[in-house]
Design a binder for this molecule. Structure first.
Ligand code: BGC
Length: 410
């Protein structure tokens, strides 16, 4: 009997490739009491919404999160032991400026220590300035729905970047403007739960303005590379008029913000999670029955990452994957997920995309926004019944081999 012998290839990544994970401040630090998310989680409206769905509000309250505000050194040390040479973290605007114009020196000092610790563990740092959450005072005056409020964000960026840049290698102004505007202002999933196309569109345009002003400041005064973390998805045609539907969707979902901010980006940060088949009747949810899904029901479609990355070649900027990951509480799919995405990322490099790093979402299980603590995205498990003990998952050790080798055996 003949067995087909599949030859294993070593796919080498470019010299100096960055390997690591991404996290955000609000999802990991805990007790961000001056944020709009904290107020929303504690509101009667949210409480009643969860009860009416038969859910336990306790599981949807961020509370102490992963206590990374205090345990950051332990987290960075784990990253170092897993062979990572980079990390993406966030700083929380509502901590640094809990009242309008009242910047808290002690919190800036805290982040300085956090960054020093990341450096001491040999990690190249990507730092996000806005990742979904806002100071409550900022939201009370309309947040990003009002153009005149953009200057509040820019002032925060000026103060934070002047103070912290020494240990920051890459700045990310805003995480996923596409998701923030739609989840908070179009589909009503995230606070303030508005449902208005017009308001969502205004927010998109104000976020574009906010990025351009903030990045212009960083590029000229701080002189560190800057980008947004763009949420880019793969849209494939489906059925009648599919080509037309997919290209329109691709334009509005992927290119609209990118084209208006690219001149103020030194690199392109890519968050890749989704693939859709698009027909004239809209998005087709289940993309391919042959594809596996995550615990959140998202289809796993690694080929799409190659198309997303190759499409960015036209911008002639370095590319970093600033997020890619899955909810998989049993850790059954993560190793394969990572390897397949890296295989297609490597293909994109072979086709000329200048990809220089891969940051997996996420280092540790964390607060998954309106889905609470159920979804487990971490390479490292957080045991919420045992003092938030960190437990390294098997997939993390397999990813560590790739990081250390700078190649993938596939
Ligand atoms: C966000 C993260 C989130 C992840 C998984 C991204 O859209 O930036 O904050 O946890 O997706 O849903």
């Amino acid at each position: 009997m003949h067995h087909e012998i599949k030859s294993i290839k070593k796919l080498k990544f470019p010299h100096g490739f960055l390997w690591g994970t991404a996290t955000s401040a609000y999802q990991t630090e805990g007790n961000n009491t001056n944020s709009d998310w904290w107020a929303w989680e504690n509101s009667i409206k949210r409480h009643n919404e969860l009860i009416s769905k038969g859910l336990n509000p306790k599981d949807f309250f961020s509370g102490i999160a992963c206590d990374s505000y205090n345990r950051y050194d332990e987290d960075f040390s784990l990253a170092e032991h897993l062979g990572h040479n980079a990390i993406r973290i966030g700083i929380e605007w509502s901590r640094i400026e809990p009242r309008e114009g009242g910047f808290v020196g002690k919190e800036l000092e805290h982040y300085e220590k956090v960054l020093q610790s990341a450096k001491a563990h040999g990690l190249t740092t990507f730092v996000t300035l806005h990742h979904f959450s806002n100071p409550l005072w900022f939201m009370k005056k309309g947040g990003f729905t009002r153009e005149q409020n953009v200057q509040n964000f820019v002032r925060f960026v000026e103060i934070a970047t002047r103070r912290l840049s020494e240990n920051v290698d890459f700045w990310i102004t805003i995480n996923e403007p596409e998701i923030y505007s739609t989840a908070s202002y179009l589909i009503g999933k995230y606070p303030p739960q508005e449902k208005s196309l017009w308001v969502a569109f205004k927010v998109v345009n104000n976020l574009i303005k906010a990025h351009n002003l903030a990045a212009n400041f960083i590029r000229h005064n701080i002189r560190k590379p800057v980008s947004m973390a763009f949420h880019l998805s793969d849209f494939q045609p489906w059925g009648f008029f599919g080509d037309f539907a997919a290209s329109i969707t691709h334009y509005f979902a992927n290119e609209y913000i990118l084209k208006r901010t690219i001149n103020q980006c030194d690199f392109i940060g890519v968050n890749y999670y989704n693939h859709h088949h698009v027909g004239i009747l809209g998005l087709r949810k289940k993309s391919h029955s042959k594809h596996d899904v995550t615990d959140l029901g998202w289809s796993i479609h690694p080929e799409g990452l190659e198309r997303v990355l190759v499409n960015l070649k036209k911008y002639h900027k370095p590319i970093y994957v600033t997020e890619n990951g899955l909810a998989d509480h049993r850790d059954k799919k993560r190793e394969k997920f990572i390897k397949e995405h890296l295989y297609y990322l490597h293909n994109a490099i072979m086709k000329g995309a200048d990809v220089r790093g891969y940051l997996h979402w996420s280092l540790i299980d964390n607060f998954e926004w309106s889905d609470g603590y159920g979804p487990r995205f971490g390479l490292i498990e957080i045991d919420r019944d045992d003092l938030l003990r960190r437990k390294v998952r098997y997939s993390a050790t397999k990813f560590a081999e790739i990081c250390r080798n700078n190649y993938l055996e596939y």
